[in-house]
Design a protein around this ligand. Structure first.
Ligand code: GAR
Length: 207
């Protein structure tokens, strides 16, 4: 069976990308292959992680384009030139337009650092999510991997994992715990689940 070609879109440190790389190295990604890492910012440390793992990298920078449409066109060109079948958003801080997401129905997945539908949608990203969870006073938070559609953080949920809040948590401490206990575990698992579905679909539909 042909492995599903995966492109990972990143903006920052890339610890979720690293979790995917480690999972693939350990043999967990049986139906997928990490083929490309695209950053929307040339300083993303995730690019170093990809290079160290021998994965092809590209930078498609928003500010190099006049508008979002042109930026997304360039992104699509890069993805399609590389035969991408599954797109993983791993700390990718650009919201993609409906035009983009409609092109890849159930072919884009995202990891979000809360239990959706709490603390998600426009404006909830990175540390802000954990700040909001602590401010609200929830006792349990976690992470979600979901398909990406035109509604920010609104696509079908694939996997979720809960993480307990502890006395004395700061947003930074909580962010780290949610990554370690939830994101780095469920993102690779979801990547394999969806890669397998796509690989099998190709056999039956000659996609
Ligand atoms: C992760 O916590 C990820 O869930 C979050 O940004 C961080 C990126 O870290 N993504 C979002 O908030 C998207 N809405 P990483 O670059 O080390 O993987």
């Amino acid at each position: 069976m042909k492995k599903t070609k995966i492109a990972v879109l990143v903006s920052g440190g890339g610890t979720n990308l690293q979790a995917l790389i480690d999972f693939e190295k350990a043999g967990g990604l049986k139906h997928g292959r990490l083929c490309l890492v695209v950053a929307d910012n040339p300083n993303a440390y995730a690019l170093e992680r990809a290079k160290n793992a021998g994965i092809k990298t590209e930078v498609v920078c928003k500010k190099d384009f006049e508008n979002r449409n042109d930026f997304e066109k360039a992104l699509i060109k890069t993805l399609e030139e590389n035969g991408t079948r599954l797109i993983i958003l791993a700390g990718f801080m650009t919201i993609l337009s409906e035009n983009f997401t409609k092109r890849y129905p159930e072919r884009i997945i995202n990891v979000h650092p809360s239990l959706i539908p709490s603390f998600c949608g426009k404006g909830f990203y990175g540390l802000k999510v954990h700040e909001a969870a602590l401010e609200y006073g929830v006792k349990v938070t976690g992470a979600t991997v979901h398909f990406v559609n035109e509604i920010p953080d609104g696509g079908r949920i694939i996997l979720q994992k809960a993480v307990e809040i502890q006395e004395g948590d700061t947003p930074e401490i909580l962010q780290k715990r949610v990554m370690q206990q939830a994101e780095w575990e469920i993102l690779p698992q979801a990547a394999e689940i969806v890669s397998e579905c796509i690989a099998k679909l190709r056999i039956t539909s000659y996609e």
